[in-house]
Write a protein that binds this ligand. Structure first.
Ligand SMILES: C=C(O[C@@H]1C=C(C(=O)O)C=C[C@H]1O)C(=O)O
Length: 350
């Protein structure tokens, strides 16, 4: 495909680009830049593609629409991506993660915190690395996800196949979702959920409702349903509404990000716990990415939460995974949940 040649070319010339396919769509879209200038946005008023970190104190990177060459192409499923990407696994950080979960549970028991999402980074040494083969495998395997590859020579190379929409907005009509609770998919989508998962997802739904109630009208929240994301199942409620005339797109982003699906409740206290206690920096994991202010589509924006993602540097893949901790969490189960979540990316590396 032409778009893959262009990805290869930009990557080897060390020029920024993003290629992405929206959930359940066939088209792969690409934005290819001609210089390696690093452009930030904090106003979200420009037209382009944003890549935003978890911590909003850090910079959001913008690929300006007017500076980019845009390509789009129907995806033709590859027949040829069965090669093995062999890799050697590092010693796992099981004890470290379990200790972090235990600390989060204690913090919840001794404060007004109700939920904290804790995460970790797993590094794998790749024996070989082919950007196109990895991206094709992601496209082949995860048709219902937002599947992307994003590159800036001054920032890094990221891949992801995320099940979570942060915000889709056109005119004043917007959609978002409450996604939380995880169990492995075992050939059956009709499953029973435990109280811990039901409560943890309800916390996210209530937070979203509370955050948007003063800036939106006609809010409608669907009952939670089971959804499949790769080899996992989650609970999801769709949310829609109308942004009030006096409110702005950025106020909606700020109201939503980071939701308790990736941070916790109350938000600021959970964030402080995460920044102090996680043993690494999340950078763009649990941030968000996507199109903003599309001029050819009534100024619409479509943003996704950066989950089920990895960063590749010098043949080392860093896979980012986490999970929501509540008073009812069982540390070993939370560890296993992060292992299950690494499979989304490991499946395209082996
Ligand atoms: C934090 C992640 O996922 C989030 C946490 C979930 C959970 O705690 O059950 C489920 C889906 C996502 O909202 C991740 O994939 O790393």
């Amino acid at each position: 495909m032409k778009i893959f040649d262009k990805i290869n070319k930009n990557y080897h010339l060390k020029l920024p680009f993003v290629a992405y396919r929206k959930p359940n769509k066939n088209k792969v879209l690409g934005k290819f830049l001609k210089t390696d200038d690093l452009v930030f946005t904090s106003s979200f008023t420009e037209s382009g593609f944003v890549f935003a970190p978890f911590d909003e104190q850090r910079n959001t990177i913008l690929f300006l629409e007017k500076e980019a060459e845009s390509l789009e192409e129907d995806y033709i499923e590859s027949v040829n991506t069965t090669e093995n990407f062999s890799f050697t696994e590092n010693n796992s950080s099981k004890e470290e993660h379990i200790a972090l979960v235990e600390k989060a549970i204690k913090q919840i028991e001794n404060s007004d915190l109700k939920k904290i999402v804790v995460s970790r980074k797993e590094q794998l040494q790749l024996k070989e690395f082919d950007i196109i083969k990895i991206y094709q495998k992601l496209l082949d395997k995860y048709k219902t996800a937002f599947v992307y590859v994003w590159y800036h020579p001054k920032i890094g190379l990221w891949f992801g196949a995320t099940p979570e929409t942060l915000l889709e907005i056109k005119d004043n009509n917007f959609k978002t979702m409450s996604l939380a609770g995880t169990q492995p998919y075992k050939n059956e989508e009709n499953v029973v959920w435990g109280n811990k998962e039901i409560e943890e997802q309800q916390l996210v739904t209530d937070f979203i409702e509370n955050q948007i109630k003063d800036i939106a009208e006609n809010i409608f929240i669907e009952k939670a349903k089971t959804v499949k994301a790769g080899t996992l199942l989650h609970l999801k409620s769709k949310v829609k509404g109308e942004l009030s005339k006096s409110s702005s797109f950025i106020s909606l982003i700020k109201a939503l990000h980071p939701t308790p699906a990736v941070c916790g409740l109350p938000r600021e206290k959970a964030k402080a716990f995460i920044l102090q206690n996680e043993n690494y920096t999340r950078s763009f994991y649990t941030g968000f990415l996507g199109e903003i202010n599309k001029v050819d589509d009534q100024n619409s924006s479509h943003l996704f939460v950066n989950l089920r993602c990895m960063e590749v540097t010098n043949n080392i893949a860093s896979i980012y995974v986490g999970g929501g901790i509540t008073k009812d969490s069982i540390p070993l189960k939370e560890w296993q949940e992060t292992i299950s979540k690494t499979a989304t990316m490991k499946n395209v590396l082996q």
